[in-house]
Design a protein around this ligand. Structure first.
Ligand SMILES: *Cc1c(COP(=O)(O)O)cnc(C)c1O
Length: 447
């Protein structure tokens, strides 16, 4: 059994801090069991280091908006064209969200209603392609997303995915990066309706202009799924997918630091109409208006000058963390990172080390990550040879480059102890949890 990171008899000198949870008294009065679990989760987030690349800590205002009466309303349709009465204020909320989304990306049309990134992608597919159409993408095991053509996903069941490769040759200067010449070959051979770029586990800058040039050779639409890097794009820390992309999809809860949700953007008016129809009534019923209000707030935060500082710091922290891990004898795929995430190939540190063991040992040490296959990984997806680490969440709580060596040392202590066996690990992980907690207390979450 995995001991909780909070119940810790070995290291009483740094007790877990309990953060404030707005509204908890109201919840407790109705449902104490759920209230207890929410408080425990708040403590977990406050007292551990969140290194999952797709997660972040939203602002109190974003969270508060999701707990409001906006959840009570049906608002099927779009601003000033609803199927239900009483939408006067919902129209204004959604219009603000749309205007801010357009401003963030410097584009002409936005649909803020997708419930999630996968829903946004499903709607984008529906808007751009008939069932059975061919599209080209990166496969999941190389860093793509399950909505980019995995066989059991809608994208692989109702469409025909073909995949383009990375450079798999270790001697190539672009080892483990996108092989753009091969992308072109795949596109020329299969003439897809759509070319899809943007990934879940790719640490390097995406060349949107190059992708567009390739798409144009066969008249394919370029779809850029910037779910992971949207916040960096808005902050100027990654090139924009516009004007190169026909259609852009994203989540709003990763680097963008908003509520869980999706967003679709375009500059093409005809496509915008198709997107709106695909989201509603094509894919979804009533929009989550409380979440759309939270999106509007998050977008407003992204439009402030401080956002540029945040985005730049996320990238600087990722580079510093990658460098610190390299010094500790870990291999980072592609040799480093340009964005907020890195893939750590654990085999250099020890052939015996798997992603599954590593992420488990890290969690028991108060460091949250996920196992992740590395390109050409010989191990299956439930074992893997790698972990994926990202800096969006720890940057939100204020950690800087100088702290990354400390974080890397915690990681190495946990994995080294894990390799030595359970007795050694139990002792070491209690100490690491304690050190992690002390660091977390210096950098409280936004409240
Ligand atoms: C996270 C992610 C998504 C899907 O987001 P959900 O909100 O989990 O549905 C889509 N595309 C990419 C590239 C992602 O990384």
């Amino acid at each position: 059994m995995t001991p909780s990171v909070l119940s810790d008899a070995h290291a009483p000198h740094s007790p877990a801090s309990t953060p404030p949870v707005p509204g908890i008294a109201t919840i407790r009065a109705t449902d104490p069991a759920i209230a207890d679990l929410i408080v425990k989760e708040a403590q977990r987030q406050e007292n551990t280091l969140e290194l999952i690349a797709s997660e972040n800590h939203t602002s109190p205002a974003v969270m508060a908006a999701m707990g409001t009466c906006l959840t009570n309303k049906y608002a099927e349709g779009y601003p000033n064209a609803r199927y239900y009465g009483g939408c006067e204020f919902h129209d204004q909320v959604e219009t603000l969200a749309i205007e801010r989304a357009k401003q963030m990306f410097g584009c002409k049309f936005a649909n803020v209603q997708p419930h999630s990134g996968a829903q946004a992608n499903a709607a984008a597919f529906m808007a751009c392609m008939e069932p059975g159409s061919t599209f080209a993408s990166l496969v999941l095991k190389d860093g793509g997303h399950l909505s980019h053509g995995m066989k059991i996903n809608f994208s692989g069941r109702y469409y025909n995915p073909v995949h383009y490769p990375l450079h798999y040759d270790v001697s190539h200067k672009d080892f483990e990066r996108i092989d753009y010449d091969a992308v072109e070959k795949v596109v020329l051979e299969h003439k897809p309706k759509m070319l899809l770029c943007g990934y879940s586990a790719y640490p390097r800058t995406i060349d949107f202009a190059r992708f567009r040039a390739i798409a144009d050779k066969v008249g394919a639409l370029l779809m850029s799924d910037v779910a992971h890097i949207a916040g960096l794009i808005v902050g100027g820390a990654h090139p924009s997918p516009f004007p190169h992309s026909h259609i852009v999809t994203t989540t709003t809860h990763k680097t963008l630091r908003g509520p869980r949700g999706g967003l679709i953007l375009t500059n093409d008016e005809e496509l915008a109409k198709k997107i709106d129809k695909a989201v509603f009534p094509g894919m979804q019923g009533g929009p989550l208006m409380h979440v759309i209000a939270a999106k509007a707030i998050a977008f407003g935060e992204c439009l402030r000058p401080e956002w540029k500082t945040y985005a730049a710091q996320v990238v600087r922290n990722a580079k510093a963390l990658a460098d610190a891990l390299i010094k500790l004898n870990y291999r980072i795929t592609t040799g480093g990172t340009d964005n907020h995430l890195m893939l750590v190939d654990l085999r250099k540190r020890s052939e015996a080390l798997t992603g599954a063991d590593a992420s488990r040992w890290l969690e028991r040490s108060g460091i949250i990550s996920n196992m992740n296959g590395i390109p050409s990984d010989p191990r299956p997806p439930k074992v893997t040879s790698g972990i994926r680490l990202g800096t969006p969440a720890i940057t939100t709580r204020g950690l800087r480059e100088a702290d990354m060596a400390t974080v890397a040392s915690f990681i190495d202590r946990a994995l080294s102890a894990g390799l030595k066996g359970e007795t050694e690990f139990t002792h070491a992980s209690a100490e690491i949890r304690n050190d992690v907690r002390s660091l977390c207390q210096k950098f409280p979450l936004p409240h």
